[in-house]
Design a protein around this ligand. Structure first.
Ligand SMILES: C[C@H](CCC[C@@H](C)[C@H]1CC[C@H]2[C@@H]3[C@H](O)C[C@@H]4C[C@H](O)CC[C@]4(C)[C@H]3C[C@H](O)[C@]12C)C(=O)SCCNC(=O)CCNC(=O)[C@H](O)C(C)(C)COP(=O)(O)OP(=O)(O)OC[C@H]1O[C@@H](n2cnc3c(N)ncnc32)[C@H](O)[C@@H]1OP(=O)(O)O
Length: 382
């Protein structure tokens, strides 16, 4: 796999960093997640392929253990507020001095500088600060955050994984590591660059929810079908729009021109009435195989069984029967091979990892009895 041989130390955090770690693991990196001790259940639901070491970083010995792990690793990924690692004596200065090849990835909401740098926050806050949240939401409704997708995952975990891969590539030429300051505000905004760079095209001239791509256009929206499900319509280009009108059984000459924005509300009412006359499956039968850009709105537990997704194997089932998306993109020669076995129990691999990284059994036993580490391999076998 593309990242085979890369060793990552992921410090346990909330959603974004675990997603970054899962991406690296799916594409072949070895990811050792450092969990807190005295925690019963992992907060990480994106843990496939990872190993878990339970380590108390509030103890000097715990800090020394992490330093030794990072000495022999390629990447350290930390999900904490600015300054936390420095407070622990694990800041970039210390770790890069010991291991100049280390890639020190810092995934935060607001970045390592600026007045908000030490403020708590979550996806919706970062999305709001990026500027993008102001564009999300239907006309006359307040802005809404699309799940915690944009800042946490697209602009956070995924962007941080990109940064790590870029730094690994650069290190293959320079031999040097570096620090990655991954701000979710900036990552989200960067993902949304098109919104800034397409303003000159007049795409966003109207109020929120009245533009072509923000639910203003009737030919770019969702509609309820007679069985209470929905279809998505994205017939932007005239040649696709013509096929939409044809599939709906409407007479184009009786409708207002597609781009007559003042007639969009009336056109939407017409589409709403027509789509409500058939089931989602009936509309799929009509539109599948055409370029009308009409697709079923699939719930999570149906996406994997849709013929197109099934034919591609777009979703995977792990050893426990849990279905989730397969890693993307598909690399032809070195595709990801996601782990299908269960997620690690906290501390399951503490002993094996510490032995591998040069700690002798007596040292491990001493740290175990001192509460510096937790070894839960037995619990994992239950
Ligand atoms: C929208 C998302 C949030 C989604 C969260 C959900 C995924 C989870 C929310 C509720 C969870 C469920 C719930 O808890 C119930 C169940 C519990 C069960 O155990 C698991 C299943 C649950 C169902 C559980 C499942 C899920 O986890 C939930 C549904 C987001 O937006 S996430 C993005 C958040 N923002 C960032 O990541 C930006 C950077 N980080 C930060 O800004 C801060 O970390 C943050 C997030 C504001 C938290 O601040 P906090 O004060 O808590 O921490 P920090 O200041 O970062 O300091 C960390 C301290 O911890 C110490 N530490 C770290 N590692 C260790 C260690 N190994 N040993 C000892 N100590 C450690 C570190 O030294 C710091 O200590 P100090 O504070 O003293 O410096």
């Amino acid at each position: 796999m593309a990242l085979a041989g890369v060793r990552v130390i992921e410090l346990a955090g909330l959603a974004p960093a675990p997603f970054c770690g899962m991406i690296l693991s799916d594409f072949g990196a070895r990811v050792i997640r450092v969990d807190r001790t005295k925690v019963s259940m992992a907060m990480d639901s994106q843990a496939r392929g990872k190993q878990s070491v339970a380590l108390n970083l509030k103890s000097p010995q715990g800090v020394a253990v992490l330093k030794k792990l990072c000495l022999q690793s390629d990447v350290v990924l930390e999900p904490f507020r600015k300054g936390v690692m420095e407070k622990l004596g694990l800041g970039p200065e210390e770790l890069l001095k010991a291991n100049p090849r280390l890639i020190y990835a810092r995934l935060t909401g607001y970045g390592q500088s600026g007045s908000y740098a030490k403020a708590a926050g979550h996806d919706i806050n970062y999305l709001a600060m990026s500027g993008l949240l102001s564009m999300l939401g239907r006309s006359s409704e307040k802005p809404y955050a699309p799940l915690n997708l944009v800042a946490d995952f697209a602009g956070g975990g995924l962007m941080c994984a990109l940064g790590i891969v870029l730094a690994l590539l650069e290190r293959s030429k320079s031999g040097q590591g570096q620090i990655i300051d991954a701000s979710m505000v900036e990552g989200a905004a960067y993902v949304g660059s098109f919104m800034w760079k397409s303003r000159s095209l007049g795409l966003w001239n109207r109020p929120r929810g009245e533009n072509m791509l923000d639910s203003g256009a009737p030919f770019y929206d969702t509609y309820q079908t007679s069985d209470g499900k929905h279809v998505a319509v994205g017939a932007i280009e005239p040649q696709f729009y013509d096929q939409l009108i044809k599939g709906l059984g409407l007479d184009a000459s009786s409708l207002s021109p597609q781009m007559s924005t003042s007639d969009w509300p009336k056109l939407r009412r017409t589409f709403t009435q027509v789509f409500a006359q058939k089931t989602q499956a009936e509309w799929s039968k009509i539109f599948d195989g055409t370029d009308a850009c009409v697709t079923p709105v699939l719930p999570l537990d149906e996406a994997g069984s849709h013929p197109h997704n099934r034919e591609r194997g777009s979703f995977m089932m792990d050893a426990h029967g849990e279905v989730s998306p397969r890693p993307a993109p598909v690399l032809s020669r070195t595709p990801a091979r996601p782990c299908l076995s269960r997620d690690p129990v906290i501390g399951e691999h503490t002993r094996s990892v510490l032995e591998e990284y040069g700690f002798d059994p007596a040292q491990i036993e001493q740290m175990l009895s001192a509460g510096v580490v937790e070894c839960n391999e037995a619990k994992a076998r239950l």
